[in-house]
Design a protein around this ligand. Structure first.
Ligand code: 13P
Length: 335
């Protein structure tokens, strides 16, 4: 077994998942504005340190994705953040793309940037303790989108990123996110997501990426958030499994879903159903941002010194998702 495969399996072992705490300063400011907390470096650190030092980290969270600001910050006890995460029994990871920009040639779509100078930045993050990385490509669905250009160019970037990350001894999280914004049907989401993921693997293989040493982070198959024909959670699980079974090579050890705007309970319930019906060889777990942090953030914002109360909420959410990653969750456990 390769070292990269080991790391990927360790992150996702025993129902553990990933905490995506890699909001850029802009996105984090939006989240903090939403709960009326000033977005200062100290407050961003306080909230994140509160989560990273929660007891639930040890049993439920195998990896934490950090943002550049956080990986270089010191905890209140003067440790580096990656040390704190390692001490909690989890692996530190880092978002390395520099954001999605307007795609020249198709200005309604986005291309993710950050390849220039990436090899040098990766070396720095590796020295700081990162064991894995993340890069997110983003695609919107409409009648004519995602275009071939966006599917091709984002897959190319994800593959070049992954090859560089593995060269540096870290596990790349490959995140092609087909957004839920819009009035498209689940059927459209299914066909577009399949096309996007297949193209990603075509490029990953071309760039000689070791597929046993990556984690795929896809969206679930959902109807658009403005669509009239919603589908049941059972249907979400069935379509998601079918899509991944047909488009992901079997060497890939694990899949960790993004929550993408689903509510906390919805994201847990769908993951649980996926695992109850998992007829693939893949570990199916979570790499949630909002669906792991929303409740904790809301509670924390009322009294930012209430560390224990905030951690209790986070621990519960993390535990529910670990149960869901093993198909052992049920609604009555939420009370
Ligand atoms: P959400 O779970 O909030 O979609 O965030 C996951 C993520 O890392 C998006 O890039």
């Amino acid at each position: 077994m390769s070292e990269l495969n080991n790391i990927a399996l360790k992150i996702l072992e025993k129902g553990k998942g990933i905490l995506a705490a890699d909001e850029s300063t802009g996105t984090m400011t939006k989240r903090l504005d939403g709960v009326n907390v000033p977005s200062t470096p100290q407050n961003r650190l306080l909230f994140r340190e509160t989560l990273f030092s929660a007891s639930g980290m040890t049993k439920y969270i195998g990896g934490v994705i950090l943002y550049d600001e956080t990986i270089k910050q010191q905890t209140s006890k003067k440790n580096l953040i990656p040390e704190l995460i390692l001490n909690m029994g989890s692996y530190p990871g880092i978002k390395v793309d520099t954001g999605a920009k307007v795609l020249a040639g198709s200005p309604d779509e986005k291309i993710t940037e950050g390849l220039d100078g990436l090899r040098e930045r990766l070396k720095e993050y590796y020295k700081l303790g990162a064991k894995f990385t993340k890069w997110r490509g983003v695609y919107n669905i409409s009648k004519s989108y995602p275009s071939k250009l966006s599917v091709q160019s984002n897959a190319h970037a994800l593959a070049r990123y992954s090859a560089l990350v593995q060269e540096c001894g870290m596990v790349p999280i490959v995140e092609p996110e087909v957004l839920m914004d819009g009035d498209h049907s689940a059927k459209d989401c299914f066909s577009k997501t399949s096309e996007v993921i297949k193209k990603c693997f075509e490029e990953l293989i071309l760039h000689k990426v070791d597929l046993t040493g990556i984690i795929l982070k896809p969206n679930m198959i959902l109807a658009g958030n403005k669509s009239k024909d919603k589908i049941s959670n059972e249907e979400v699980a069935k379509l998601t499994l079918e899509c991944l079974k047909n488009s992901v090579p079997s060497e890939v050890p694990g899949i960790a879903f993004l929550s993408g705007g689903q509510s906390e309970i919805e994201a847990t319930e769908n993951l649980n159903l996926i695992n109850k019906n998992n007829n693939t060889s893949f570990i199916m777990s979570f790499s949630y941002g909002r669906a792991l942090q929303q409740g904790a953030l809301k509670f924390w914002s009322k009294d930012i010194q209430n560390i224990e109360g905030t951690q209790k909420i986070f621990n519960h959410r993390a535990k529910m998702n670990t149960l869901a990653a093993q198909g052992k969750w049920s609604k009555n456990l939420e009370n």
